[in-house]
Write a protein that binds this ligand. Sequence first.
Ligand code: AMP
Length: 249
Amino acid sequence: MKILVPVKRVVDYNVKVRVKADGTGVDIANAKMSMNPFDEIAVEEAVRLKEAGIASEVIVVSAGISNCQETLRTAMALGADRAILIETDAELQPLAVAKLLKAVCAKEQPQIVLCGKQAIDDDANQTGQMLAALMNWPQATFASKLVVAGGKATVTREIDGGLETIEIALPALVTSDLRLNEPRYATLPNIMKAKRKPLEIITPAALGVDVAPRLKTLTMAEPPKRAAGILVASVAELVAKLKNEAKVI
Ligand code: AMP
């Protein structure tokens, strides 16, 4: 059974991005880039399924610029067998990525596509769901536990106020939540080994996909700055301020 794991190259979670002065986007020139953390969790889960003898091959795929090769090499150092880069300089929105992944699924015929639940740059949380819809596959999003057996996946999902366990037939789409596992660190020997693993580079045109953006960002702005706090002298003053100034009681 093949598992396909889409991995996105995003601004590292430790970087605090700034909105560009003209409000057209965020400034990520020279920012440290890393694999989307939820995708790292997805790679780890797929590799564990391979180590357990359930999956036979783990393929990672990224859509984006040439530097995404680094992200794919990292994923292979974590245990993925081979990689596909769909190389493009175009701005990719979730629908375009879902269409690209659909074309890759048609070629690779995976039984499971294991995405991250969301990319921490745009926070869209759409690509997996859109891919499931395009493939007409069942989907289990926000997985915190995944058991694969007998042509089915049993997935425990993190939902508001608790957990939900569902069973879906394969092929299916699963998205990883934070608590699914704790990804391993890539060891030096595995980083070296990953350099020799196959990495295929294709283009959206070769997959017959039009990636033109369908949505236009009108403007982007920083959240309003918080006003400085003040010290009050007494509880009575605090209550008066909450009542008359903040108007919350
Ligand atoms: P999003 O819908 O943008 O929040 O992304 C959800 C998931 O879709 C990510 O965690 C990745 O697994 C996958 N994904 C999104 N964009 C890309 C991309 N450019 N290349 C590969 N995978 C992606």
